[in-house]
Design a binder for this molecule. Sequence first.
Ligand SMILES: [Zn+2]
Length: 461
Amino acid sequence: MNKFLLFALIINILSCKNTEINTHTVRFAGEIVNPTSEYVVLMKGRHVVDSARLDGNNRFSFVLDSIENGLYNFQHEPEHQYVYLERGDSLLFRLNTSDFDESLVFSGTNEVVNNFMLELFLADEQVESDMHNTYYELGADDFSKEIEKLRTEKLRYLDEVRSESYMSDKAYEIVRASINYTYYRFKEIYPFAHKRKLRETVVQDMPTGFYDYRKDINYNNEDLVYLRPYYNFMKSHFGNVSYMTCANACDTNGVAIKNHLHFNKHKLRVIDSLVKTKDLRDNLFRNVAIDFLLRSHDIPENNALFLKEFELVSANNAHHNEISNLYHAVQSISPNNPVPQIPLLNFKGDTVKMADLSKDRKTIYYFWSSRDKRHYENIFKRVAELEGQKVAYDLVGINIKSDPNEWKGIINTYNLDTSKQFRASDGKEVTEKLVVWPLNKCIVTHDVVIVDAFSNIYNRF
Ligand SMILES: [Zn+2]
C-alpha cells in the first residue's frame, strides 16, 4: 500500500473514534495593532463561544476543544468580522484597527476560505455602488444577463482557487452561497430600484424567467443564518414578495402598499409561511418589527395592532424584550406625551432633568457621539445655520457617547455654547428611551410636551 494512503487511513480511523488525541482542537489566535478594547469575543450566531483578553503584546489566543465546523464571528469592539473554523484548525490573524477590514489577513489552516470571504466582503461596497450607478437602469433582460455574468465569474474564480488549495465541502458551500445570494439579492431589489431610477410610476412586471433562481432558495439552511449576504437577501426577498402579493391580491392603485401596517402584516405572514429555522425566523421577524416601529410612529394605535400580529406569528421570539422595549419607548415619546424625566449632565457635571430644560420654551434636542467626527462636524454646522436663521427654538445638544473630558474638549474646540450642551450619563439608556436612530434625528418639544420625537435636524423649522 502506498505510504500516503496508509497514513490517510490511520488519520481516518483516529478521527472516527471519540477518544482521539485532540485532533479536533481549534487554535485561533492573533495580534491586534491599535486595540480599541481589551478583548476579542468569539460568537456563534447570537451566542458567545469564548472570549480572550489581549496580552501585553496585544496578542490573544483561543484554544477550543469541541466546536462545530462553520461560520463564526469575532468581535473586537466596536468592530466585528466573520471567521470560518473547522475542527483541527490552527488559524492566525493580524489586523490594525485603524483600518479594520482592509488590514485583516488570515494565515494557517483554512486561510484560503477566510481570505476569500474577506475579499468578497471588501468588494461588496463597490459591487453595490455599481448596481446603483449603472446596472439598475438597464432593462430587465439586460440586467439579468449582466447579473448572471458577474455571478458566474465569481463562481469560476472560486472554483479556480479551490482547485489549487484545500477547501472543505462545507466551506465551499458557504462561499458559494455568499456569492449566489449577493447577486440574487440585486434581482429582488431590481424592480423597485429600476422604477426609482427611471422615475416610473408603477413597478413593472418582470419577464418570464426573471426569478428562476428562486427555485434554488433554501429558506432553512442553518449554516447560513448569520451569513450577511444570505440574511440581506432574505430581507430584500421578503420585501419583494410581500409587495407583489399585496399588489396582486388586495390592491389596484397602491393605497394598501403604502399603508405600513397592512404591508408589514403581509411580511409577517410570508415569513411565517416559508421560514422554519428558528434563528432566521426570529431575526427576520425582529427586522420587520424594528423597521415598522421606527418608521410608523405617526399613528401610535397602529403600533399596538402590529405588536399583536407580531406576537401571533412569533410568540417566543428571542428578541422579544428588545422589541417590547422599543415599542414602549416609541409609545412614550409619541406626540403630546410629556418630555421624559431623563437625567443628563451639564458642562459643570451637575445632573439636570431633560424635561426641565425645555420648560416654557420651544426646544429642539439633537444628538451626537464623540466617536463620529464627520457626523458631529456636520451637525454643528447645521445647528449654527439654524441659529443664524433665528428659528423659534432653543437648540440643545445631547452627547450619547464619550468620556467627560473628550466631550468638553470637543465643545471647546468647536466653540459651542456650554449652556446648551449636555451629556448622557448612561448613553445606552438615553439611546433606547429616546429612540435615537438615526443619529440625525431630533426631538421637537414645546414647553414640557413632545411635538415630534422623530423629526430630523436637516428638516426646515
Ligand atoms: Zn395587501
